[in-house]
Design a protein around this ligand. Structure first.
Ligand SMILES: Cc1cc2nc3c(=O)[nH]c(=O)nc-3n(C[C@H](O)[C@H](O)[C@H](O)COP(=O)(O)OP(=O)(O)OC[C@H]3O[C@@H](n4cnc5c(N)ncnc54)[C@H](O)[C@@H]3O)c2cc1C
Length: 398
């Protein structure tokens, strides 16, 4: 056997999986056709940020990765939900969910994705059991009960006990195994970029709802001496495209209005990137000698910081099974157990986020009023508020 594990995909999920399995003593090959872009201002840099919730942080700590990230992470102490769905784009209902009500730790810690790539790839460089090969893609998959053979774009073929597909929403390995998906399209796109603002964020993550989808500001460290946040702005596709192409002053005016002025006038502090919004789940999380993780298995709108946190739960579940019985790595029982452990949580979260997205898209005044009332009502009921916060912390389904 050439490697215990081949990971197809070196996105954040694939790189984290490589570090975690290497750390547990497995021999790992991780390949990705794209070179990692590790500089914020370079073309192709991933300008999204990821809010890691508590279980994800615990996982990264155990994998030896958190130690590299801690100094760059912004703690998220309060999640603020603002409804600005009235006639004018002004905050009419504001409710805070404070992590201090349920735990002595923050909800999560936010980090820019380009920085995660930089730190994860640097970490892998120092790992003797991990080979990371950017510039190489997986091209074919042939499996038997005892092993998988993976074709690579350099013309070679490697033999392995387990293939982990972390190769994104169009996962070539998932397709090679003939595993289908259920996809929902919302007609929305998300713009992701960074801003600076005069009012400090004070570790508050703010979600402003009006129409088209949420506008979310997540704290980042100061940028050039000014308070800074990462923004995800969801809108109907044509409107999002228009915003992407607007000149900077017009865009800044539009986003400041859409943010209901919660942090004062917003200044654009990076390029704008655009992401199609879909919800998607694979019909099965495994095939012969193959496990699907992260977006290869599930995609959802970027609401409530679920996507990558769920991805790390996938990797964590696989790792638990692999370390419990290393000799059974990649066999049919292990992979069926993996599917059973994860599928209920994945389906529940996809359904929940889909519902939240449809609520946030509400365009008629009546529906918007209903949403504002809903936010007030949910916040007013202490047990419901606590349960929602625990769900946000990733506690449910663990
Ligand atoms: C705007 C936005 C904001 C988000 N914010 C958050 C957040 O705050 N918190 C959170 O938890 N989640 C968030 N998410 C979700 C999160 O970004 C995704 O869940 C996560 O990036 C998925 O990672 P991935 O590794 O599965 O996919 P990708 O990042 O798409 O990585 C897949 C990789 O596979 C590679 N690949 C493709 N084909 C091959 C091949 N043949 N061989 C090998 N490799 C291949 C690609 O080059 C790519 O590098 C957000 C998503 C969006 C769109």
């Amino acid at each position: 056997m050439d490697h215990d594990i081949v990971i197809s995909g070196g996105g954040i999920a694939g790189l984290a999986a490589a570090a975690a399995f290497g750390n547990a003593g497995f021999d790992v090959l991780c390949v990705d056709p794209a070179p990692p872009v590790t500089d914020r201002d370079a073309e192709g840099a991933d300008l999204r940020s990821t809010a890691f919730l508590q279980p994800a942080r615990d996982f990264l700590e155990a994998a030896g990765l958190w130690q590299r990230l801690e100094a760059h992470a912004m703690p998220l102490q309060i999640m603020r939900i603002v409804d600005a769905g009235g006639d004018r784009p002004e905050a009419r209902v504001t409710r805070d969910f404070n992590a201090g009500d349920i735990s002595d730790r923050p909800f999560g810690w936010n980090l820019p994705n380009w920085l995660l790539r930089r730190e994860f790839t640097a970490h892998l460089d120092g790992m003797a059991r991990v080979t990371y090969r950017p510039g190489t893609a997986t091209t074919s998959l042939f499996t038997r009960a005892a092993e998988a053979r993976v074709g690579l774009s350099d013309g070679t073929r490697v033999r392995t006990r387990l293939v982990i597909a972390a190769d994104g929403r169009n996962s070539p390995m998932r397709q090679a195994a003939g595993i289908g998906v259920h996809t929902t399209r919302f007609g929305q796109k998300a713009l992701a970029f960074a801003v600076t603002h005069p009012i400090p964020h004070e570790n508050v993550s703010t979600e402003v709802h009006r129409t088209g989808g949420p506008f979310t500001l997540v704290p980042l460290p100061d940028h050039q001496g000014r308070p800074s946040s990462a923004v995800v702005w969801m809108e109907q596709g044509p409107r999002a495209q228009e915003l992407l192409e607007m000149d900077a002053p017009a865009f800044e005016a539009a986003m400041t209005e859409r943010s209901a002025h919660v942090l004062g006038p917003l200044t654009l502090a990076s390029r704008r990137t655009i992401w199609p919004i879909i919800s998607q789940e694979a019909t099965s999380l495994y095939g012969e000698r193959l496990a699907l993780v992260a977006e290869a298995a599930h995609v959802m709108p970027p609401i409530g910081a679920q996507g990558l946190n769920m991805s790390l739960k996938d990797v964590s579940a696989l790792l638990d099974l692999a370390t419990a019985r290393p000799d059974a790595l990649g066999d049919a029982d292990m992979l069926a157990s993996y599917h059973r452990r994860r599928i209920v949580d994945i389906r529940a979260r996809i359904a929940g986020i889909k519902a939240l997205n449809l609520t946030s898209m509400a365009s008629t005044p009546a529906l918007r009023d209903l949403r504002a009332k809903g936010i007030e009502a949910l916040h007013g009921l202490t047990p419901v508020r606590t349960a929602l916060m625990q769900l946000g912390l990733g506690a449910a389904g663990r």
